[in-house]
Ligand binder design. Structure first.
Ligand code: CMC
Length: 429
């Protein structure tokens, strides 16, 4: 082994191959195995991609052992404190924070795209009143290519950026329409005089009979939450968007696939699952019983909002969210689930099972309490995550599609089914 390559030897033939070591700007070095099969005859086996970098990316860096998260080099704590969500979107999409002039122009562009085609509104009527809003989100976002195909040339950078604007602008409108449908209230049109999150709150809570009085605490809390959710490198939904888009599928279809992936309880669906879990636990006196269930390998119960594939130290997003949670509850009144969550965290963090496995609260642990305080039903929690993450998905799609020599994503497998056998005739079987 040199410091620039690693040599593998096949014990059965003695044949050797030298695999280059690649270094990124930050993080662990990566072994380039691109020629492994062609020159050596082996594939690699890595279920869940625990050791596999599937791409190069310049967007987000996270260090799970340090609890670090950065977008385009900027630490998440500074972005959450000094920038609003749309500035962060500009950063993620273009690589740089906007100056004052660019900020105004970017906000204007997003505001110009918040309306959805009137015919799209009719889609919601096709869903049953009790449809999960994530099901509506997946369906409606997937259908956007049928409405916005004037700028769908994926090889044209201007078309790609235009699609990014459309998605970031329309996602809150679609989310609010899903919410209004689920409570049987009429759709409320977007307003261009409000902030990104102010407009979302307006579309969710205003009624034709009365204005929604915008609360700056709610507006700010959502804005920071969206910043914290904006990107998280190659998580399941982002990898899904990249894989779906790698075939040349249109970006709306790829993002709809990402939304479907996000919905799972091991991913974005965890924020909904945390609140359901807290309701089920019900009281501090039941915590021990649930901690025991989480540790019991025979019991499928897991402590939702705990653990992360990459963070083996604290999740920096969870720490910021816990602070916002306290701020929001100061205005909206205490929620007994907050006390329950904090006690659960305290007990789990002292328990050897969680300590040894380095399981800490993740981004989803406290976010649900904020959404609940703002009056959102649990079914809408993952939709909020999807709104914030849209910019990350589209930025990764754009990065992937513009790579020179971009290839369709096509993993290999280790086949463990029956060996070759002959088909018997019906009489012989
Ligand atoms: N409760 C109890 N035990 C857990 C938990 C948990 N929440 N998470 C991990 N473990 C255990 C797991 O059983 C395993 O134990 P052992 O080594 O004895 O077999 C060990 O910890 C390692 O876990 P893993 O399942 O191998 O870890 P993973 O990287 O495959 O899974 C995870 C990561 C996030 C899916 C998992 O921690 C989990 O299911 N957490 C609960 C769901 C959740 O909160 N998801 C949100 C993730 S953050 C936001 C997002 O990505 O959208």
């Amino acid at each position: 082994m040199s410091d620039t390559s690693i040599t593998l030897t096949d014990p059965s033939t003695g044949k050797q191959i030298e695999l280059p070591i690649i270094h990124g700007t930050e993080g662990a070095p990566v072994l380039d195995i691109g020629k492994l099969h062609k020159e050596f005859g082996y594939f690699t086996y890595d279920p869940g991609f625990v050791s596999t970098a599937s791409c190069q990316s310049t967007i987000t860096y996270l260090d799970g052992s340090e609890g670090t998260l950065m977008y385009r080099g900027y630490p998440i704590e500074q972005l959450a404190e000094r920038c609003n969500y749309l500035e962060v979107c500009h950063l993620i999409l273009t690589g740089e924070l906007p100056n004052a002039e660019q900020k105004v122009a970017f906000e204007r562009t997003i505001r110009n795209h918040t309306m959805i085609n009137e015919n799209l509104k009719a889609f919601f009527d096709g869903f049953r009143y009790d449809a999960h809003p994530m099901a509506m989100m997946t369906g409606v976002v997937g259908s956007l290519s049928a409405f916005y195909h004037d700028k769908l040339d994926i090889r044209d950078p201007e078309h790609r950026m235009h699609t990014a604007y459309r998605l970031i602008a329309k996602i809150p409108t679609i989310a609010a329409a899903a919410y209004k449908h689920s409570i049987g209230e009429p759709f409320i049109y977007p307003r261009s005089d409000l902030s990104y999150t102010g407009n979302l709150l307006h579309m969710m809570y205003a009624r034709p009979t009365q204005e929604y009085r915008l609360d700056p605490v709610a507006e700010k809390a959502l804005d920071v939450l969206f910043t914290l959710h904006a990107d998280h490198e190659q998580n399941a939904s982002t990898s899904t968007v990249r894989l779906a888009g790698s075939s040349g599928a249109n970006p709306y279809a790829a993002i709809a696939a990402g939304i479907a992936s996000l919905w799972g309880p091991a991913h974005g669906g965890a924020n909904e699952a945390v609140l359901r879990m807290l309701d089920e636990i019900g009281d501090v006196s039941n915590i021990d019983k649930y901690i025991a269930k989480a540790k019991d390998k025979e019991d499928p119960f897991r402590l939702m909002g705990f653990g992360h594939r990459v963070y083996r130290n604290f999740d920096p997003r969870a720490q910021i969210i816990k602070e916002i949670c306290h701020e929001v509850l100061k205005t909206y009144g205490n929620d007994p689930r907050m006390e329950l969550a904090m006690r659960l965290e305290e007990i789990a963090l002292e328990d050897a099972y969680f300590v040894e496995r380095k399981l800490y609260p993740n981004v989803d642990f406290y976010s649900g309490i904020i959404y609940a305080a703002l009056g959102l039903p649990v079914e809408m929690f993952t939709v909020m995550f999807a709104i914030g993450r849209t910019v990350g998905w589209i930025a990764h799609w754009m990065e992937m599609i513009s790579e020179p020599g971009q290839k369709i994503g096509r993993p290999r497998q280790l086949y463990t089914g029956p060996a070759r056998r002959d088909v018997l005739t019906l009489e012989q079987r």
